[in-house]
Design a protein around this ligand. Sequence first.
Ligand code: AMP
Length: 414
Amino acid sequence: MPRTNADTLTFTDFQFDPKLQEGLDAMGFSKPTPIQEKAIPVIMANRDLIGCAQTGTGKTAAYVLPVINKMIRNDHRHLNTLIIVPTRELAQQIDQQIEGFGYFTGVSSIPVYGGGDGATWDQQKRALEHGADIIIATPGRLIALLAGDSVDLSRLQHLILDEADRMLDMGFFEDILKIIGYLPKQRQTLLFSATMPPKIRQLAQRILHEPEEITLALAKPAAGVLQQAYVVYDRQKPELLKHVLKTYPWNSAILFASRKETVKQLDRAFAKSNFPARAFHSDLEQAEREELMRAFKNKQIKLLIGTDVLSRGIDVEGISLVINWDVPPDPEDYVHRIGRTARAETTGTAITFVNEEDQRKFSYIEKLIEREVPKVALPESLGDGPAYQPELKRKSAFRGGGNGRRKFSGKRSR
Ligand code: AMP
C-alpha cells in the first residue's frame, strides 16, 4: 500500500456518494495517500490539474474516485471520461480499479488498446458503440476507432492523460493532439506525469486551462528493499546471474534489461536450460502478454524478463527479487525497477550488475536515492571484476538522443 498521510484524514471526509464509499470500503481503502488528499478536492472543484506523481503513489484512485463521484451525481449516460495511457497493461489495470470502485455505482468502463486479433477489434468497437461512461485507451487504437466513427466524444466532460511523460517518450505527442481535436473545448483536463520535462510543460500549456499543480517528490525506494550491486565484466554476467538465482532467497523475480534485444537473448538462454522464466516484450501478441502476466501473478512463471516498460505500472504483489542485468538509462527507472519488489510493506532484494560503462550512471542513481548501494564481492569462481571507478569518464555513460527526458543531473530539483 502506498504511503498515507500521518494525520487522521479518511475517505469519508470527502463525502463521496454512499455507493462509491461502499466500493472503497469493499476494496479496503480507508486513508487517502498524499496525492489523493491533494488532488481529489481540486478535481471535485472542477479545476484542471497537473499532477506530478509516479506509479505506486495511488494516483489512479486520485483521479478515478472524484470523476466517478461526479458521474453518479450527474446524468452520465453517455461517454463522459476519456483516460489516455501509454500501454495496454496500464489500461487494463485502471479498468480493473474502476470496476472495483464503481461496483455499486453502475458506472461502466472499457479498455481500448491495440494488438489482439480482429475479434478484439470488433469487440472493442461494439462495446464502444454500445456505450460506456469511461474509456481507457492507448493513443494509436483510439485514433483508429475515431477515424471509423465508432466513438462519439462530443459530450465528453473529463480528459485524463496518465503517465504523460512515458507517452511522449513513446512518440505519442502528435497523436494526443489529434485526439484532443475531437474533444469539446469545454471540459476538465487532468494530466499526470512522473517527470515534468519541457515537452510536457508545452503539452500542458496547450491543453489545460489555468491548472492547479501538485508535485510529489520522487518516492525513495521503499525501506524494505535490500539493495546490492556487483561490479562485473559483461562476460561474467551469465555466471553471476546463475549464482544470484541460486544463492538469494526468492520465489518470484523480475530480471530487467534496458534493451529488448537483450531481453530476447536472455529468454533464449533460459529456454535452453528449461528454467521457468519467460520474456515480456512488445513483440508478443496481446493474448500472449495477458497470459504471461496472469501466469506471473499466479506464480506459475517464477521469473519474468523485461525492459523498463515492465518497471512502471505493473502492480504485482509478492515479487521478492529484482535483478538489473544492466543499469537503466534513466536514474528514475532504477527507482521504478526496484519498486517492483517490497510492495505492500513486505521486504525484497534488488541486485544490480554494473559493468565498466555503467559505473558513472550508477553513481548518479546513488546520488538520486541519496545512499550508497553496497558493492558485493563476486563469487570466487568468477575471478576478479573491474574496479569501481565511477569518476572515470567513459564515453557511453550518457544516453544519446534528445527525447526531452531528464538526463543524469543527479538529485532531483523540486
Ligand atoms: P497507483 O499509484 O494508482 O498505481 O496505485 C498503487 C497501488 O496502491 C494500487 O494497488 C492501489 O490499489 C493501491 N492504493 C491506492 N490508493 C490506496 C489507498 N488510499 N489505500 C490503500 N491502497 C491504495
